[in-house]
Design a protein around this ligand. Sequence first.
Ligand SMILES: Nc1nc2c(c(=O)[nH]1)N[C@H]1C(S)=C(S)[C@@H](COP(=O)(O)O)O[C@H]1N2
Ligand SMILES: [Mo]
Length: 411
Amino acid sequence: MDGFDSLLAGRLARRRLLGAGAVAGLGATSALAQAGGLVRLGMTGGPDERPLASDFPGKGPMIVQRNRPVLLESPMSVFDEHVFTPNDRFYVRWHWADIPLEVDVDAFRLTVGGQVGKPLSISLPELLRLPRIAYAAVNQCSGNSRGFFSPRVPGAQWAHGAMGNAVWKGVALRTVLEMAGVKPGAAAVRFGGLDRPLTAVDDFDKSLELDHANDGEVMIAFAMNGEQLPMLNGFPLRLVVPGWYSTYWIKALSEIEVLAAPDDNYWMTKAYKIPTAPQADVPPGAKDFPTEPISRMIPRSWITNVVEGTALPHRDTLPVRGIAMGGDQGVAKVEVSADGGHTWSPAQLGTDEGRYSFRRFSIDLPTPAKGELALMARCTNTKGEGQPMEPNWNPGGYMRGCVETVRARIV
Ligand SMILES: Nc1nc2c(c(=O)[nH]1)N[C@H]1C(S)=C(S)[C@@H](COP(=O)(O)O)O[C@H]1N2
Ligand SMILES: [Mo]
């Protein structure tokens, strides 16, 4: 018996999350900026300061990238403190300002329709009675770190905090598709949530090929780190597509539609397209190049205990630690360099929480001589895929994966 079974027993009250204060928090950027102060994100060639605020519902101190729709970024210190990102520090991204602010858990239904033998309308208690799966997985926005693109590109100017790692629990999408009976010849499965566009444009819907949807790992999650999903992270249900960028991880998931043909909606055919070139990399300014929908994630790593621009005392050793991810594979090794990438030393890896999770790394380096220092980490995943030294560029600001540098000074 866990917290979710109490929902079954009807003891969980309706989730009415946003009171008057919280709603005000969704509207007042300048007040927030004054209340929480400004943070610098270390970007060059454009605006670099953002307000820090802690008055969004269910959220602690977060970097406010945008107010409507809500875009909140996790400060890097969160990743230094936790390998599983706490729910109240987990980043938030919505495309439309009309997001669900409360959900009536008794009336809520997840519908499954389209190319199925038996259309379904599943209540939350019914969903909670189905067999469950659970695993750790990183949720990372396709545009994470976009603010570091050079030359800069339009879109949310995220630093590295449009990502988070959680243990997700829910029902395999395959279980629900089997209950509905997918008709022969079906090609894809489309997902939609409770949020709505304010103008006459396509809903934010995404889809997966049928085989992927049926892989037994793609999950309809009702829990994140052992708790209900925060409202801003998609309460009561969200799709989890482990190893893939979060654009597919539809929040407040309410509609599943099995399609006879590949999805032709705007969000699949026009948005979230990357160059087919390796690392999704094209020369700055390039326009006519072949594209494909963004999909699997790639290895990345971040030093989390040394803040850009800080002065470190000269001691016997220089402790360096951080987090790494393998993309859609596990982390095989992480190496650290204190000389701008000339020499590398293998770091110690923390507990393996599964192939889709963050993994901690740490190393005590011999302290370099006094002066400027360029610290770097690089991750290699279990497929042997590493991180390039050179940053990629594409007009969408997607799929950054290069080795990141933290500059500090030894004094
Ligand atoms: N319903 C819905 N789901 C959505 C989105 C959205 O706008 N609406 N945005 C997607 C994108 S692009 C990202 S990066 C993630 C962000 O997830 P989070 O807010 O839980 O961190 O949600 C995804 N799921
Ligand atoms: Mo995203």
